[in-house]
Write a protein that binds this ligand. Structure first.
Ligand SMILES: NC(=O)c1ccc[n+]([C@@H]2O[C@H](COP(=O)([O-])OP(=O)(O)OC[C@H]3O[C@@H](n4cnc5c(N)ncnc54)[C@H](O)[C@@H]3O)[C@@H](O)[C@H]2O)c1
Length: 418
């Protein structure tokens, strides 16, 4: 069962999925093994992920591993309709189309939950949150879940603290082979790509303000610098702020940055980084974008209250005319700019190879070990993280050294000093 925008888009989608498959060697290796061993046989996996070609490669892998698979989008603007159509044709239960309303978003999510999943796979935590708040009847079937992004992990850790989390969830985001590459290099490259595709502006010479210097912020700042921007970082964490300074960026408060910024990008997982008081100070023509998971980082309601009108000047670029006469431009409604803007491709394929190799192996881990795990948030087992790094290195044709016996001995000892 599926509901997608247009089933006729399937052949276009299939071609894109094939392209992704040829750039995801680690996940394809895991698929080979899954097809032989069927580790997910008899299980149903519900996934709430951005519906992209890379997600499609993961869904096909889970299916080859023996699972019944349901998929809905994890953001109203991130579904690629041709991919959804191709997956529906492949026998995945897809409920997703680009531009769903809030009600449609939750309708799709509930259709996937109606499959009575044994494993949940979240990006942002909406499956887990809905199951715990409105579909508790499903808890009895669930062995465990996985979470892809920082924002979802923050939500689950809060649930764990309040003793509200009723099943084990593995934080894929916290694996080294996830956040070091996906959040940093993936978000870095794709955020710049999303801004350029949406606005078509020149980056060189611009004052480019990055809100939050975490894994995503570091990547965005580094790539913006590479494009010739003068990068400014805002932070609330003194250590991260110092790191940004020593990485060569200007550090200041959003209050100061708002007076000089040409382009603003938030990536913090927090709300209201850009508020009314900042928008009032901004230069006319400033561009505002967000790469954090939810559309809460730029306070769009306050932007609307300051404005006398708005119009769409390019696909997914809204021009807000402020009562003061100046104009501010909001990309992709303040939703993740790398996925929400038209033709926003999301992360480069090669980083998703690692993130989704982790997801596949973690789904297998839950199938095999989950019944013995208590409710809570779990790190990805180190051996899975190392396996993914190893698969990726091999696929790149890179070899590394191994410790000699005497090195192992030396590293274990404490008595050899000066
Ligand atoms: N766009 C994407 O494709 C994509 C990919 C991965 C993660 N994400 C999302 O991006 C967000 C950031 O993820 P991350 O892995 O970089 O998180 P992180 O925890 O590594 O970094 C967040 C940083 O933001 C800072 N911060 C928090 N509140 C702030 C405020 N009010 N002002 C300035 N700085 C503030 C924190 O101190 C921290 O340094 C999350 O919502 C995550 O889910 C998006």
């Amino acid at each position: 069962m599926s509901k997608v925008k247009d089933p006729k888009l399937a052949s276009e989608g299939k071609q894109k999925i094939e392209w992704a498959e040829s750039h995801m060697p680690a996940l394809m290796k895991i698929r080979e093994q899954f097809a032989k061993e069927k580790p997910l046989k008899g299980l149903t996996v519900a996934a709430c992920l951005h519906v992209t070609k890379e997600t499609a490669v993961l869904m096909r892998t889970l299916k080859d591993g023996g699972a019944v698979v349901g998929l809905c989008g994890s953001n109203p603007l991130s579904t690629q309709d041709d991919i959804a159509a191709a997956l529906a044709e492949d026998g995945i239960n897809v409920f997703a189309w680009r531009g769903v309303s809030n009600d449609e978003y939750y309708w799709c999510l509930n259709q996937v939950l109606d499959l009575k999943p044994n494993i949940t796979m979240d990006d942002g935590g909406d499956l887990v949150a809905t199951i715990h708040s409105k579909r508790q009847d499903l808890l009895k079937n669930i062995i465990g879940g996985t979470e892809e992004t920082t924002t979802g992990v923050i939500r689950f850790r809060s649930m764990e603290k309040d003793k509200a989390l009723k099943y084990p969830v593995i934080s894929v985001n916290d694996a080294y082979t996830k956040h070091l590459f996906d959040n940093r290099y993936g978000t870095g490259q794709s955020t710049i790509d999303g801004i350029v595709r949406a606005s078509s502006v020149l980056l060189a010479g611009k004052n480019f303000v990055v809100g939050g210097y975490g894994w995503c912020g570091r990547g965005i700042a580094a790539r913006a610098k590479g494009m010739g921007c003068k990068v400014i970082v805002t932070e609330v964490d003194p250590v991260r702020a110092l790191e940004a300074y020593m990485d060569g960026f200007q550090v200041m408060s959003m209050g100061e940055a708002s007076k000089i910024g040409d382009i603003f990008v938030t990536a913090s997982g927090d709300k209201d980084l850009i508020r009314k008081e900042h928008m009032e100070k901004m230069k006319s023509g400033a561009i505002l974008a967000n790469s954090g998971h939810f559309n809460v980082e730029i306070n769009v309601k306050e932007l609307e209250s300051l404005s006398s009108g708005k119009r769409t000047v390019r696909p997914n670029v809204e021009e807000y005319k402020l009562k003061s006469g100046k104009k501010l431009y909001l990309l992709g409604e303040g939703r993740l700019v790398n996925l929400a803007t038209p033709k926003g491709m999301g992360h480069p394929i090669e980083v998703m190879d690692m993130s989704f190799a982790l997801q596949a192996l973690c789904a297998r881990y839950i199938a095999e070990e989950g019944r013995g795990m208590k409710p809570g948030v779990y790190d990805v087992p180190a051996r899975i993280d190392e396996r993914v790094a190893d698969l990726k290195l091999r696929s790149l044709g890179l070899t590394i050294d191994s410790l000699t016996d005497s090195q192992i001995q030396y590293l274990k000892s404490w008595d050899i000093g000066t």
